[in-house]
Ligand binder design. Structure first.
Ligand SMILES: Nc1ncnc2c1ncn2[C@@H]1O[C@H](COP(=O)(O)OP(=O)(O)OP(=O)(O)O)[C@@H](O)[C@H]1O
Ligand SMILES: [Mg+2]
Length: 181
């Protein structure tokens, strides 16, 4: 099972299970289990599960008080991207009882994506009016640890909006690599 590692940060930190998974008493590898919703994801610990549940139900408000993101972290193949893609629809449903009117924006972070490019792209998204009933944009930043230090610094300044919820994934939460934390 993945190990929970709470850190002081401006984003809720969530871990997901590591390596192969055990589900309903049967040993299953990640190749033969396809979760359909966040409640079928196997979490690294109870706290992560409850945190996700509270965000979906709206008990934990986002964006709120400088918090506008969720950081999912765990080793390779632990379901981070899968969960990240499920969350926008579920969060919108939890807030409005309806689905997304506009799809989430998925950004696969690659090396070489520089600070101004990150800022321009995210500013462009958040400056438009969301068609969602919640009024929120949903943005997934996958493998955010691939960004350069400069790009991560720029991201930090953009992640301070009330107009969007950001879902970030990473394999690496080392403060040296990830300045967000
Ligand atoms: N914690 C988990 N709960 C349920 N299914 C899982 C879990 N981890 C992995 N899986 C299964 O493995 C598949 C691949 O996971 P996914 O690509 O989302 O992992 P990842 O953490 O994003 O990997 P990477 O670090 O390589 O990007 C999922 O679609 C699912 O079938
Ligand atoms: Mg992934």
């Amino acid at each position: 099972m993945g190990k929970w590692a709470a850190r002081g940060c401006s984003l809720p930190c969530l871990s997901v299970v590591q390596n192969d998974i055990i589900f309903k008493g049967t040993f299953m590898t990640t190749n033969n289990y396809t979760p359909q919703n966040p409640y079928e994801i196997i979490y690294g610990n109870e706290e992560s599960f409850h945190r996700i549940d509270e965000i979906i139900c709206g008990t934990e408000k986002l964006p709120d008080d400088g918090k506008c993101g969720i950081l999912l972290y765990g080793a390779f193949g632990t379901g981070k991207t899968t969960l990240a893609k499920m969350l926008p629809e579920c969060i919108e449903m939890g807030r409005t009882n309806g689905g997304l009117n506009m799809p989430e924006k998925f950004i696969g972070c690659q090396q070489g994506f520089n600070g101004p490019q990150v800022t321009t792209l995210l500013d462009k998204i958040t400056s438009t009016v969301s068609l969602n009933v919640s009024g929120l944009h949903y943005v997934i930043l996958d493998e955010v640890d691939n960004l350069s230090k400069q790009a991560q610094q720029s991201l930090k300044s953009v992640l301070n909006t009330k107009r969007a919820i950001f879902i970030l994934t990473t394999n690496n939460i080392s403060p040296a690599r990830l300045l967000l934390i």
